[in-house]
Design a protein around this ligand. Sequence first.
Ligand SMILES: Nc1ncnc2c1ncn2[C@@H]1O[C@H](COP(=O)(O)OP(=O)(O)OP(=O)(O)O)[C@@H](O)[C@H]1O
Ligand SMILES: [Mg+2]
Length: 412
Amino acid sequence: MANITRTIGLSLGADICWPLCFEGIMRQLNLKVSHAGDTIDFKVERVTIEPFNLRQPCKYDVVVDRLTHWYHTSREWIKKAILMDGLYVFNNPWAVQSMEKHTTYAAMMALGMPIPETFMVPPKAYADDLPDLKPTLGQYARLFDLEKLGAQMGYPLFIKPFDGGGWKGVTRITDAKTLHKAYDESGKLIMHMQKAVEPFDRFVRAIGFGPQTHLVRYDPAAPLHDRYTMDKGFAGPEDEQVLRDTVLTINAFFGWEFNSCESLRKDGVWHPIDFANPCPDSQVTSLHYHFPWLVKAYLKWSIYVAATKRPMRKNQDWEPYYAIAKKDLPYKDKLKAYGKLSRERLEADKFEEFSQKHLKPLDEAHWTFFGTDEAKAAIRKKVAALYPPHEVEPFTELFWKRVQAWRGDNKP
Ligand SMILES: Nc1ncnc2c1ncn2[C@@H]1O[C@H](COP(=O)(O)OP(=O)(O)OP(=O)(O)O)[C@@H](O)[C@H]1O
Ligand SMILES: [Mg+2]
């Protein structure tokens, strides 16, 4: 029987609101967990950026990483800490580094997911300093007929970067003329052409965090602060199961422990269109009503992993998924099997048991925190970073009101 402190590191960039809430709740909670004969408490620290010796030890048990996808010094520190010091990080940095939208489409197509028809096209332009470019293209690049591809796929379609994010370079194409224009303007980017899922009757973003899932009806046409709708009951239990199994399959397959999946429903079928979002949007300014759910998901999974010393899965093991894919089963049964396997990998049952046993005080502290001035100040700070001065108060009030609505609906 020992008293042990587990240290959770937050590796952050421009994040403002969720870390303040995470830290505030942990401070109020002052959680102690009896696990495997030990009494465990938790310390939260922000990871700093500085020179490091590859052999220096690491003081963290778990790191929540929001930087790997673009800040490479931190990414390399994280990789060394996993390899050398047994650190647990979400998300898996190698999986973030090597999998982009394109790979995720291909892998999930292989598992039978109804991803819309997608083509990759070579880029319109190239960097000037590629010495082998001329002989390569001269010998092997085939002239292709963009219009023919467009006609073959049928309009409307979307043209978008194979590794995209943040709607950059995404264009809806309705005819050959707009297709040529969008391709010409895409420059050096490598683009996908993807059949539009239209008309769709539902658009859902499913957030997965460890084994936890949360479904939000999404309205892509709304202004940023209204895209995550507050609608309830937009999908029946069967649809919900499909969406939850889908996001957990993607996440467990790729080693992403927090990620979101966008799916559109057409003729009763959910078509995932964008699910390479490891490190998804966590800002109150877009999530508003859903923000407390996400903060709690961060907390619960971090505490669970730190307390139980869950071992980090350093590399992927895809064969069990392919083994299911090979079976002579309808896709809906395969998806259930992928979901089951993914829940096992994400220790869904153990996590649930742990939460029931140890995290009830967290539910209380979290709910209370989101009614405090400290929570409101965190929201205001985020709003002030994004909005012009005259909009800071009205938008702070708007997001605060929606967070209070969440509290009203989710009293512990
Ligand atoms: N195949 C498709 N069918 C219907 N709509 C699509 C399709 N592909 C993209 N869209 C629309 O374009 C938007 C942006 O596309 P996508 O999500 O693939 O790009 P992104 O750059 O990853 O966006 P973000 O990072 O903001 O989620 C989607 O939210 C959706 O509204
Ligand atoms: Mg998207």
